[in-house]
Each structure stands twice: as C-alpha cells, then as structure tokens.
Design a protein around this ligand. Structure first.
Ligand code: MG
Length: 258
C-alpha cells in the first residue's frame, strides 16, 4: 500500500494512494494513524487537489554515509569497514513539491538520491532476524549536502542538517522487497545518478542492527541508506527528482533562501 500524508482545506490527513496513472491518482482517507490499526474511510479525494506533505514526521533521521563503494571512491574516500551514521534533524524534512532552500553559507550544494526506510514501531537492539518486523515501509530521499561545508567542518550538522536538506516522499510504500531496486536521480530531466540498492555495502539489516545497538527508534523515524555514485551540484532554479523502482518520484525545486 502507498500511504501519503497531505493537507486539504487546512486539515492534515493520511491517505492510501489508489490508481496507476500519475494524473489520475486518488487518496482514500485513512481513519486513525498508519502506525497503529487503521481503516480506510472510503472518502476519496484526487491527489491533484491536495498538497502532499512529508509522508512522516520523524523524531530523527539517521543517515548512513559511504554505503556504495563507487560513491565513496568518487569523493576520494575509503570504503568503511563498519557502517557509520550521522543525523539530519526533523526540521530539515520537506515533502515532494516543497522547495530546497539554497543556504547562504554554501557555494556547492549537492544532491544524493537515497532509499529511505521508515520505522513502524518503537525498537532497540533489534536482532537481524527481527529487522523486517520494525520496518513500516520505504520512500525516496534526497540527502542534500553543502559539500564545501562538509569538507570544511568536522561534524556535518550544518552541511547536511540545514532547513530543507532532507526531502522525503512522495509517499511510503509498505509492500516492497527493497533488495534490488533501481534508484535514479535527474536534474532538470537529465540523468545524474543511477544505481541499484543491491550495490549497498551494508544491507538494511546491517544498518538497523548497527543503529539500534545505540539508540531507540520510534515509529516514523527514517533511516537513509546511502547514495550511489554520480553526486553533483544543484543550482538555484534546478528541479531535482529522485525515482526509486516500486515507490515513485520525489521532486523538488531549488530556490535561494530568502
Ligand atoms: Mg548521503
């Protein structure tokens, strides 16, 4: 099931996305919240009539770096033996259709297309064989990065945590086997990144075991699984789109931060 979060007439709701043709998608409004028991209301609205919001409001976004060998090499980095994580704050999250605001303190903003895992239940010290049970679904992410600031500053809080640095969406797909999906990114319609989730160095199981050794994950928390090769610059006015097979397309325009 594809579950979107949206606003209509000033109200926020979750809905199940129905239909196949992009122009004819309909939302069946959900009664309750998708992380607990819920039912479909049968009340339907066209997707074109609503504003999509970030599909979840995470308590935290845990992002893993250098999880595709070719990407590690393109930036001149070693492939790490163990996964390593950093945070993107909740305030960096935006939805599909929202604008990425180019921060004034950077002159080298980059895109990073990533598969995002959405956590469905509170969990800690998750054993490998239970990882599937704590996953709610999957969405597309863009780990937008001020590359110059990342190189200059030891911690990446500003480089990767500024407002709008974490586009997520367009919705969460709950029925998906994520082992070998195409992940693609275009800028103004031109392909910049292309990879497959099967190229990850550390699997989704590895990543969730690794982070939950350290901390509790809450429903709605998001894990970013790393980006394939092909990262590169974004400029004001660009339209950047992340498409993952079986999920959909996350689209954002870059504007100057006002
Ligand atoms: Mg990344």
């Amino acid at each position: 099931m594809r579950i979107a979060r949206f606003s209509i007439d000033g109200n926020v709701a979750f809905g199940a996305v129905e239909g196949d043709k992009p122009d004819e998608l309909v939302l069946d409004i959900i009664k309750g919240i998708p992380f607990a028991d819920f039912e479909l209301s049968g009340t339907k609205v066209p997707l074109s009539k609503v504003r999509l919001l970030p599909p979840v409001l995470p308590n935290k976004v845990v992002a893993f770096g250098r999880n595709y060998a070719e990407h590690a090499r393109e930036l001149g980095n070693e492939v790490p033996d163990a996964p390593f994580a950093f945070f993107k704050p909740a305030t960096s999250v935006i939805g599909s259709g929202d604008e990425i605001q180019y921060p004034a303190f950077s002159e080298d903003l980059h895109h990073e297309a990533e598969l995002a895992v959405v956590i469905g239940r509170m969990c800690r010290e998750v054993p490998r064989e239970r990882v599937k049970d704590v996953i709610f679904g999957y969405t597309c992410a863009n780990d937008v990065t001020a590359r110059d600031v990342q190189k200059r500053e030891k911690q990446w809080a500003r480089a990767k945590g500024f407002d709008t640095a974490c586009p997520l969406g367009p919705w969460v797909e709950t029925d998906l086997v994520p082992d070998d999906l195409t992940i693609q990114l275009t800028v103004n319609g031109e392909q910049r990144q292309l990879g497959r989730t099967s190229e990850m160095i550390h699997s989704i199981e590895d990543l969730i075991v690794n982070i939950t050794e350290a901390m509790t994950l809450l429903p709605g928390d998001v894990i970013l699984t790393g980006t394939p090769a092909g990262v590169g610059p974004l400029n004001v006015g660009d339209e950047v789109a992340v498409t993952i097979e079986g999920i959909g397309t996350l689209t954002n325009k870059v504007i100057k931060r006002g």
